[in-house]
Design a protein around this ligand. Structure first.
Ligand code: ADP
Length: 273
């Protein structure tokens, strides 16, 4: 045994080294905690800023929109064709800007609302989402697959319902196949071993997302398609879903093959939060 062969001076050095390492780790942990705290604070400040900025932007924007509308109604007939078209463009752009600001407002609100965590019967939440999307499901002829009942889960019901709604809406939207399907489920406990997380998924056989874009889709206002393609959108849905997952100490990500389909996963801590 080599330890027995250690000389007292070596044992002393080892002890001192241990003390130094422990002190170093303690200082590191303190620094990390501090960094975490200031990150949380700056996130909060950013949410508050986004909220105030978007709220204040709405009023002048509405003014511009209304004035342009009056101009069109009262004097539109006096303008030449291209003048009328320009005025219509102003009206369209102000409407679009309002939609973007509303998304930003909603995003910052999600960050500011307190989480209300309780044990949630996710099946009824899912039913509500599907019910609300029934018309689109029928129009697109999408087959909805729910292989098994979802487990009861500790989470904020309203917010997790919103995550399901965003993911399922996208799964219905970004699909060009003739036989469309969407599957909603959760992973087996075995594949979650040691993680203390429960992972849900929304899978589609739609257009898919290329590897380089799979992280970018979670960035706000980032869309991979033209404004009018696939029914439009603001590009905030996945950013909001990510914020909700992270506020639950969970995470959200996508696995996808371009042209074949996408699976969006989100995991939530299993214990009581
Ligand atoms: P929106 O749908 O309003 O554009 P999202 O944040 O929900 O905004 O999505 C961002 C982008 O990610 C979409 O514009 C689309 O290009 C892509 N995307 C989202 N979900 C899917 C999906 N299920 N299949 C393929 N692409 C998707």
């Amino acid at each position: 045994d080599t330890a027995l062969a250690w000389k007292p001076v070596e044992i002393d050095a080892a002890r001192r080294l241990r003390v130094v390492v422990i002190e170093f780790m303690a200082r590191l942990a303190e620094k990390l905690a501090h960094a975490n705290e200031s990150l949380a604070k700056s996130n909060e400040a950013l949410d508050a800023f986004a909220y105030i900025a978007s709220h204040d932007l709405k009023e002048p924007l509405r003014g511009i929109h209304n004035m342009s509308r009056f101009l069109k109604e009262d004097y539109g007939h006096l303008l030449p064709q291209d003048g009328q078209e320009n005025l219509d463009t102003v009206l369209k752009l102000t409407k679009r800007m309002e939609t973007l600001i509303d998304s930003l407002l909603h995003y910052s609100r999600v960050g500011q609302l307190e989480l209300f965590v309780e044990e949630v019967e996710l099946n009824s939440a899912l039913e509500e989402v599907i019910e609300a999307l029934n018309l689109r499901i029928a129009e697109t002829g999408t087959q909805m697959r729910i292989p098994r009942q979802l487990p009861r889960t500790f989470c904020d019901r309203v917010q997790i319902t919103e995550v399901f709604q965003n993911l399922i809406t996208n799964a219905l939207k970004y699909n060009d196949k003739s036989d469309k399907w969407v599957e909603i489920g959760y992973l087996d406990a075995a594949s979650e071993a040691g993680t203390a997380l429960r992972t849900f998924y929304v899978q589609d056989n739609g257009i898919g997302i290329e590897a380089e874009q799979q992280e970018a889709v979670f960035r706000i206002f980032n869309r991979l398609h033209g404004r009018e393609e696939y029914g439009g959108g603001t590009g905030a849905g996945l950013t909001i879903a990510r914020k909700i997952a992270e506020r639950h100490d969970g995470r959200i990500w996508v696995e996808s093959v371009l042209g074949a389909g996408s699976t969006f996963y989100f995991s939530l801590p299993q214990g009581q939060a």
